[in-house]
Design a protein around this ligand. Structure first.
Ligand SMILES: [Zn+2]
Length: 268
């Protein structure tokens, strides 16, 4: 009897031991899981972070707080991470008919500066404020002879429309008229399908926010004369429209959108 009683106690002890181990493992698993989930930020908070980084890099370049090399590296890392977040989704490459002409009420033929000859990509460097003279963009002009930022024919502001579907990366809304900053009130939009970024500058007002998804043709701004040169009386009222392809290394390369603009759907 004493023998079997001892065996029983041993078995109970083993059982208790096993249960304790299981319980400890359970607690450990919960701890690991909660730590892991706490360290995984949501996709939307990552997007906001990348948008903030993008704007900060632009500001640092503008204020010469960063060397061109460091700016390029920061830009590269940010764009590669952003690209990874969107992944290689199944969107087909866009063609002219997927784009909307970015100036409402105007056709490309009548409004693109120099019939596309205004595009000069040579020497462009997004990261170096000292480099001037290139213009990897198209200026799109409206009828505004008195330069009051209103269409002469309608007396109304002219809407700037998203050329392509994508996500607003950054915007500037508070350009001051005594400022020497060039782009004025600008918007950058990322198209994860094309893997490129669009820049819309000199707007009077901007109506979109960073992180916001916009469809091609959606109103993003009203055209204006903001920006150091655009504000001067000699400058006709226009939208400065630039597209930069993001290459495999996450770096920007100017790309001429003239053909796309000519084929784009126009909105009245
Ligand atoms: Zn321009």
């Amino acid at each position: 009897m004493r023998k079997s009683g001892g065996r029983l106690a041993k078995m109970r002890y083993k059982q208790w031991f096993r249960m304790s181990i299981m319980r400890m493992l359970g607690v450990l698993l919960i701890l690991i899981f909660s730590a892991w989930t706490r360290e995984q930020p949501s996709a939307s908070s990552l997007i906001m972070q990348y948008c903030e980084n993008f704007k900060q890099i632009q500001i640092d370049i503008r204020d010469c707080n960063i060397s061109p090399d460091s700016a390029a590296r920061a830009f590269q890392v940010n764009m590669l991470q952003l690209g990874k977040l969107f992944g290689d989704d199944s969107c087909s490459r866009r063609t002219g008919q997927d784009f909307v002409f970015p100036v409402k009420g105007y056709s490309p033929r009548e409004s693109i500066g120099g019939r596309g000859k205004g595009y000069r990509p040579e020497g462009f460097d997004l990261f170096d404020m000292q480099v001037r003279g290139s213009h990897p963009a198209h200026d799109i002009f409206i009828r505004d002879r008195d330069k009051d930022q209103l269409d002469d024919a309608t007396g109304e502001p002219v809407d700037v429309l998203a050329f392509t579907t994508g996500m607003v990366l950054a915007s500037e809304k508070n350009w001051q008229f005594d400022s020497d900053r060039r782009g004025g009130n600008w918007i950058w939009i990322y198209d994860p399908c094309l893997k490129g970024i669009f820049y819309y500058a000199h707007n009077k007002t901007v109506v979109v926010e960073p992180g916001q998804w916009v469809e091609a043709g959606e109103k993003i701004a009203e055209m204006g004369r903001t920006g150091f040169s655009a504000h001067k009386s000699r400058s006709p009222t226009h939208l400065h429209f630039m597209y930069l392809k993001i290459n495999r290394d996450g770096l920007p390369e100017p790309d001429d959108t003239y053909d796309w603009l000519m084929e784009a759907i126009t909105k009245d």
